[in-house]
Write a protein that binds this ligand. Structure first.
Ligand code: ADP
Ligand code: MG
Length: 324
């Protein structure tokens, strides 16, 4: 698995960088205003571009982690963002800077915060909002999968909203674990956050696009129920719950939504990856379209896709970037 990972990063280094990594002082061009979030190796701050007054999110990524040079991993994260440039559900990469210790990614600012806040709340979102957000998440994931990118860290903290009130649109962030599924072999790696990882990751089995669909199931459960389906008292318990697919479908919250919601989640939280629907399959599920507004399924675009009975979602200008 280490070799495969390195192969992936090697590809990342080969591609000519679209977004230059600038070394001039960031403070000349942007004014930092406050912290938006932080992870293991990153701090994200809100900032304003002095020339335009536009708001951005500046993700500060440490170049050295656990005594190791991680520059290649950061360049890889940039390359994934660039490959997804035409995906409207992925946050846009505006610019990049480098200091002695950090690479700073200037990202489109998602003002509505994380959908996490709606996943652990006593007041669940209205069902039609949940289905609208799930549709948008699936559109984003479908477009990623079309260019053989798996996100591998889909969780409510990495799914942001463009605005809070009114509730805006989905933006996927955090491509730090994203991988391109190569043709050269299988990808097996231990990644992600216990609560959200799929059984195949725990079992060190091959990672495919279906791994992301498991996470979509977990997130959907959380939006409906307001609690994480597999979270145990400790990591061991959580891992056991995941590997046994120990899910409670009898929660009170399920009585507040259509029965189709349970059917949708049940189809995704399936142990065998090959038995899960694809993102495109999910987008045809009746639960997502039963409530208006904008309840028309997307129109199939190409004759081939029409005959295959699958929905084609990518905008016309979406390119499948060969290498990054
Ligand atoms: P990490 O790899 O450390 O998890 P993320 O990219 O997930 O870093 O960013 C950490 C947090 O910062 C996110 O969960 C989110 O709350 C916030 N954040 C990240 N990007 C943006 C953005 N473009 N707009 C607004 N908030 C953001
Ligand atoms: Mg994150």
């Amino acid at each position: 698995p280490g070799a495969l990972l390195r192969a992936g990063l090697g590809q990342a280094l080969q591609r000519a960088g679209r977004t230059p990594i600038r070394t001039e002082p960031l403070d000349n061009l942007y004014e930092m205003t406050g912290q938006l979030g932080r992870g293991k190796f990153a701090v994200v701050k809100k900032c304003v571009e002095k020339a335009t007054g536009k708001e951005f999110a500046a993700k500060f990524l440490r170049k050295h982690r656990r005594g190791r040079d991680s520059r290649a991993e950061i360049v890889h994260e940039m390359a994934v963002l660039e490959a997804a440039r035409n995906n409207p559900r992925v946050v846009n990469l505006h610019a990049a800077f480098e200091t002695d210790h950090n690479i700073i990614l200037l990202l489109e600012y998602a003002a509505g915060g994380e959908i996490f806040d709606h996943c652990v709340s006593d007041e669940p979102l209205p069902e039609r909002q949940i289905t609208r957000l799930i549709r948008q998440m699936l559109e984003g994931v479908h477009l990623l999968h079309q260019c053989s990118v798996v996100h591998l860290d889909l969780k409510p903290q990495n799914i942001l909203l463009t605005s809070l009130s009114p509730l805006g649109d989905i933006k996927l962030v955090d491509f730090g674990l994203a991988r391109r599924l190569g043709t050269m072999g299988e990808l097996r790696e231990i990644l992600g956050t216990p609560e959200y990882v799929a059984p195949e990751i725990l079992n060190y089995e091959p990672i495919t696009t279906a791994t992301d669909l498991w996470s979509v199931g977990v997130i959907t459960y959380m939006l409906v129920v307001g609690e994480s389906p597999f979270l145990g008292e400790n990591k061991q318990e959580t891992f056991l719950n995941v590997s046994q697919v120990n899910v409670d479908y009898c929660r009170d919250a399920f009585s507040l939504v259509s029965e189709l919601a349970v059917d949708f989640i049940r189809k995704l939280l399936v142990k065998a990856p090959e038995d899960r629907p694809t993102a495109a399959d999910c987008l045809t599920h009746p639960w997502l379209w039963q409530l208006g507004p904008e309840s028309d399924p997307p129109t199939p675009r190409t004759p081939r896709e029409r005959s295959a009975g699958k929905w084609a979602l990518p905008p016309e200008d979406f390119e499948d970037k060969e290498n990054f």
